[in-house]
Design a protein around this ligand. Structure first.
Ligand SMILES: Cc1ncc(COP(=O)(O)O)c(C=O)c1O
Length: 480
């Protein structure tokens, strides 16, 4: 694992934090007294050993799922906040961290072009992308009761499940050979006249595909429905949209016109897990969250709120707990996000955006090498839209291609290169159809690589060498 400056910095920040409370009379914390330092040391050593049983998510040779550790400043800020353990449900539980949440969420809203500050939109952090999407669909369902939600067949699987939890009917729209929602398919559903909300995904989980949001919004003008954008994975690519290919660039340019947006700081935003974010364009949807809670808001009335915040909720001051379905939420998550965005502002020309570009450059380079190698079948329709690459391994039939992919996945892992697997239609890789290559039910097993670490760019040579050698091994075993 690489060294980072966190231990020293955290000690210093902890001393400063203790200084903030220096006026309090001293006391002996019972937990610290009761805890035997040697026992803690032993348990932490055992913890470290147990944690060794993980894939090395921090290393560039881990290029499988959407996983990477948080930025060191996020880790340090989170750990610092743990001395307080604030709860951002209400300001009573997290006064400073609620302010930091409002500021950090405001910066995310600004990234999408919502720059008029708190009060011109509604937004907060959530424990996950799933919960953030649940809130967005919960709002959509209340605004259009009895109407359906539709999303692309490549949308995250939780949209169907969330809709079932909310008792909303959910329909799937077919994807094109790039994994994007087909607008003709959407329009056919819209003509039925019962669609209340469309989920557009900017950065699908399987392949980083970008639904044609601009086209979806044009249909909204004709048919009238809410547009929810699930940008849990791909939202931050808004910062680098100018460097994307045309269809994706147009989709990202339209993002500000969505009714709601979800983005996960715990995916591309360098945060520890437990950090999703939901944003609503119309702040008045806050009224839908209204509820009675006589025990949690006793300091609300004394709060110093921004005047725009005051007017954003009819009938009372904004309290993050009043605009969130979850009750307790980690204030530390907001603190970590705030600190990270201070260090790495969400600007197109900043270091953070450069990191996204490097991951995408790695994806394009892997795609280029795959296209030049006859052993592999990359996506026939074109290059990856973001930083996720999917490809099939050629075989005499789609069934054997699936088998090769599984074997290659294992052979790569044995060489320390960790990839992922995904089931996709064989025709997208030119594999399905034909007498010698019949389609396989459930699709063809393909390899998938999420190149979300900036280091992946410099490591592509090494990644390729291991992949290529593993493939040679699999093919020679196959022949013998
Ligand atoms: C596009 C998309 N939406 C939603 C989710 C769910 O997010 P979470 O795992 O944070 O609940 C994911 C997770 O991978 C995702 O990729």
């Amino acid at each position: 694992m690489t060294q980072d400056p966190v231990p020293g910095l955290l000690d210093e920040a902890t001393r400063l934090l203790e200084g903030e409370f220096a006026a309090l009379p001293g006391f002996a914390p019972v937990t610290a007294l009761a805890a035997d330092a040697r026992a803690m040391e032993r348990i932490l050593a055992e913890t470290a050993r147990r944690l060794g049983d993980n894939y090395p998510y921090f290393h560039p040779l881990y290029a499988g799922q959407m996983l990477k550790p948080p930025h060191p400043v996020a880790r340090a800020a989170y750990a610092l906040a743990m001395y307080i353990n604030p709860n951002n449900h209400a300001r009573d539980g997290g006064r400073a961290s609620s302010e930091m949440e409002i500021e950090a969420v405001g910066e995310i809203a600004g990234m999408f072009g919502w720059t008029d500050g708190p009060g011109s939109y509604l937004g907060h952090l959530t424990s996950s992308g799933t919960f953030a999407n649940l809130e967005a669909l919960w709002v959509a369902g209340q605004l259009a009761p009895g109407r359906r939600v539709v999303g692309c067949e490549q949308a995250h699987y939780t949209h169907r499940r969330i809709s079932a939890v909310l008792r909303l009917d959910y329909g799937e729209i077919a994807a094109d050979e790039c994994g994007r929602m087909r607008l003709e398919g959407l329009e056919a559903e819209l003509r039925k006249g019962d669609v209340g909300a469309v989920v557009a995904t900017l950065g699908t989980t399987a392949m980083g595909a970008v639904d044609p949001l601009d086209g979806i919004l044009a249909l909204k003008g004709r048919y009238g429905f809410r547009v929810h954008v699930d940008a849990a994975y791909g939202g931050y690519f808004r910062l680098t949209a100018d460097a994307l290919d045309e269809p994706a660039r147009r989709a990202y340019a339209a993002l500000g016109a969505a009714d709601s947006i979800v983005v996960d700081p715990h995916k591309h935003g360098l945060q520890p897990y437990g950090c999703g974010c939901v944003l609503f364009r119309d702040p008045s949807v806050g009224r839908l969250y209204k509820h009675d809670s006589p025990y949690t808001y006793f300091t609300s009335k004394e709060l110093h709120l921004h005047p725009s915040e005051q007017k954003s909720l009819a009938g009372g001051p904004v309290h993050l707990g009043e605009i969130s379905l979850e009750c307790s939420r980690a204030g530390a998550a907001a603190v970590a996000l705030w600190a990270t965005q201070k260090l790495l502002p969400l600007t197109p020309e900043g270091e953070f955006a450069r990191g996204l570009k490097r991951g995408r450059a790695a994806a394009l380079e892997l795609d280029r090498r795959l296209r030049e190698d006859v052993r592999f079948a990359p996506l026939a329709a074109g290059k990856p839209e973001l930083d996720i690459v999917v490809w099939a391994v050629r075989g005499p039939s789609a069934r054997e291609a699936s088998h090769h992919a599984q074997e290659l996945f294992d052979a790569c892992a044995a060489r320390g290169l960790h990839l992922a697997l995904v089931q996709l239609p064989g025709s997208w890789f030119g594999l399905a159809g034909g007498a010698e290559s019949p389609p396989v039910a459930g699709g063809v097993t393909c390899l998938r690589s999420v190149l979300m670490k900036p280091e992946h760019e410099a490591w592509m040579g090494e990644i390729w060498d291991r992949l290529s050698a593993a493939c040679a091994e699999v093919m020679s075993q196959e022949r013998s």
